[in-house]
Ligand binder design. Structure first.
Ligand code: ZN
Ligand code: ZN
Length: 119
């Protein structure tokens, strides 16, 4: 394969933006990527930036779900344990606590399953 701009020069790689072959004169290195010098350098920078941010975003979202799993899990367990242990003294009120606890445990489970998607 030869350079798209100089059909006599062998290409050293492809522009990340337009996928054209580039010789060492036409290729500009942007981070670890190749771009058409003075043509697609900005586009490739933007593309790399977008990819980086997407990775960051999914990592952040994943850790949010893990945090929620732990938070809902602990609070849910406390409510459930409290409700169940108080049922003979508090009656209906204790049942309400237990139901809240179970709902929180359910939320914890949902967050846990969601966090698995980001692994
Ligand atoms: Zn290009
Ligand atoms: Zn060239």
């Amino acid at each position: 394969m030869n350079c798209y701009y100089h059909t006599n020069s062998p290409a050293i790689g492809l522009c990340k933006h337009c996928q054209r072959g580039l010789c060492s004169d036409c290729g500009a290195t942007v981070d670890d990527s190749l771009a058409c010098r003075d043509r697609h350098e900005e586009q490739v920078v933007a593309l790399d930036e977008m990819i980086k941010q997407n990775i960051l975003k999914s990592k952040r979202a994943g850790s949010d779900y893990v945090r929620n799993t732990i938070f809902y899990g602990i609070v849910g367990l406390l409510f459930t344990a409290f409700g169940v242990s108080q049922i003979q003294w508090l009656g209906v009120q204790a049942v309400v606590y237990a139901i809240i606890g179970l709902a929180l445990l359910w939320a914890s489970l949902a967050n846990y399953l969601e966090s698995k998607k980001y692994k």
